[in-house]
Write a protein that binds this ligand. Structure first.
Ligand SMILES: *Cc1c(COP(=O)(O)O)cnc(C)c1O
Length: 495
């Protein structure tokens, strides 16, 4: 059966993977979901022979059948090349029964690179195959990491412009500097006077506003998204869960077919959803451990079946998870409701109108594979310190949230299953918090000086992409109010 895509919210129109990638979001505001999950038709021994790129080709090909073999190979090999500082692309660092799947070896030092280095290739190819003549404007709200990864991925890609909105005061110094020094003739970066949810809501509103989209269309522009609502971002993330699993088999940490747990520090629910998709394809996963920071809306959802965003957003030391509306949860609701788009639509309407919804008992039963908990700020610091003291390995704040929640899980459940922790950022991206956690003196140093301190402490090389970042020229200084996003876009596009 050929695979196609449809909306989570009931629009019955069926689209190909090409259209789903170019459009980003369905006409009714829903997210595109695959008609079914492809099966793995190779043996484990065959999979074990594959490089990261081989595996990426194999899995992505199953989800995007319209791409020719040569085209997809070009996408995969263009994305996963020496932009990554290891040929393994996503190596696993094992510390006892805990295995860190390092997803931060790409050009912006966070896991967003895993998908955003390939999305521009997938989009360009899809546009070409559809004879799409309009210029595609990639519109992105970022809590810090997506923005830079998308800017890097799309810079100077023909037929595209990219506009990134970030919360002016809600990202780390390094994250901000990475974005405002972005080169490329088609890149635009705008600070929002508000938090990430304000930026994301503004961008979503722009996507959903029919008049605004018509106006842009008349001027030759089409909006698309690089946020994880785009299926072209989600699918490449499925790959590394398989890769991580195979790595554990290779190093004899597990037997072939043995189940593992995965721990994912979660914000928009994209990364953990990719793990869930991997299980749907046959990857033996026992528990999905969903780790939140103090913005623990997902943790509450998993434990009570009630999603309640009516709370203050807190700014934490894991800013990429400072999110109260987890967009990709919509795809998960679609799965656990047995593809009931009516229910999904109703819940999403409730979320917009009342800020809250509750799932049925039947849907809750499907959550039994999930464990949800959260780490406080203090526990996050403690986790960094403890892992360093025990193993001399330095983790970043997001990975620390995951580690802390994993510790709680083991203490509570006593489960000894081998566990893969998604390690989502380099500690160099969040130097101040990491140095604080390690007990280094930070008061008299700026975040860039701390990069050198951290490198000394951990005996680590400074990753190339942030070497000398403090001296790069600032090329973007725009700031706008949270309700000016549409005007800002028009200004930038000259309409
Ligand atoms: C984006 C991000 C997350 C959260 O991932 P989601 O897919 O949004 O759940 C976690 N850690 C880091 C470092 C990130 O950049």
């Amino acid at each position: 059966m050929s695979l196609y895509y449809r909306s989570t919210r009931g629009d019955k129109k069926i689209v190909s993977s090409l259209e789903a990638i170019v459009k980003g979001i369905a006409d009714d505001g829903g997210l595109y979901v695959p008609s079914h999950f492809p099966n793995i038709d190779k043996t484990l021994s065959e999979l074990l022979e594959m490089s990261y790129n081989d595996l990426a080709f194999y899995i992505i090909n199953k989800f995007f059948p319209e791409f020719d073999k040569e085209e997809l190979l070009e996408c995969v090999n263009g994305a996963y090349d020496d932009k990554f500082d290891t040929q393994l692309i996503a190596p696993v660092e094992s510390k006892g029964d805990t295995h860190f799947l390092e997803l931060y070896h790409g050009p912006t030092l966070a896991f967003k690179d895993m998908a955003l280095s390939i999305l521009p290739y997938l989009l360009k190819t899809s546009m070409k195959k559809l004879n799409h003549s309009k210029e595609v404007v990639i519109l992105t709200a970022t809590s810090g990491d997506t923005g830079k990864a998308a800017l890097e991925g799309f810079k100077d890609v023909e037929g595209t412009k990219i506009i990134v909105f970030y919360p002016e005061k809600g990202v780390s110094e390094v994250q901000k500097r990475q974005m405002i020094t972005q080169e490329g003739s088609n890149t635009y970066v705008v600070g929002i006077k508000g938090n990430f949810d304000d930026a994301q809501n503004g961008v979503k509103e722009a996507f959903n506003n029919i008049d605004f989209n018509k106006e842009l269309e008349n001027k030759g522009f089409d909006l698309s998204s690089a946020n994880s609502i785009n299926i072209g971002r989600l699918v490449p993330q499925v790959v590394y869960y398989f890769y991580g699993y195979l790595n554990l088999v290779k190093k004899s940490a597990i037997k072939k077919g043995e189940k593992i747990n995965v721990v994912v520090p979660t914000g928009n629910f994209g990364n953990i959803l990719a793990a869930y998709y991997a299980k749907k394809m046959g990857l033996p996963i026992n528990k999905f451990i969903c780790a939140s920071n103090e913005n623990n809306v997902l943790c509450d959802f998993i434990n009570t079946g009630k999603y309640d965003r009516k709370r203050e957003l807190k700014l934490t030391v894991s800013p990429s998870m400072d999110i109260l509306i987890s967009s990709n949860l919509e795809r998960f609701l679609y799965e656990i409701s047995n593809n009931n788009d009516g229910i999904v639509k109703e819940m999403m309407n409730r979320l917009t109108e009342e800020g809250i919804y509750t799932i049925s008992e039947e849907m809750r039963e499907k959550l039994s594979d999930f464990y949800g908990n959260f780490a406080t700020e203090e526990e996050t610091y403690e986790a960094i310190k403890k892992v360093y003291e025990d193993t001399k390995y330095i983790i970043d704040t997001h990975t620390a949230v995951a580690y802390s929640v994993y510790e709680k899980y083991v203490k509570e459940i006593g489960d000894k299953t081998q566990t893969l922790i998604a390690s989502t950022a380099s500690p160099f991206k969040f130097t101040r918090s990491v140095c604080d956690a390690l007990g280094l003196e930070t008061d008299d140093y700026n975040d860039f000086q701390l990069i050198y301190k951290l490198s000394e402490k951990g005996n680590l090389n400074i990753p190339l992409p942030i070497k000398g970042l403090e001296n790069k020229e600032i090329l973007h200084d725009r700031v706008c109010d949270k309700d000016e996003i549409k005007e800002s876009i028009k200004n930038l596009l000259g309409i």
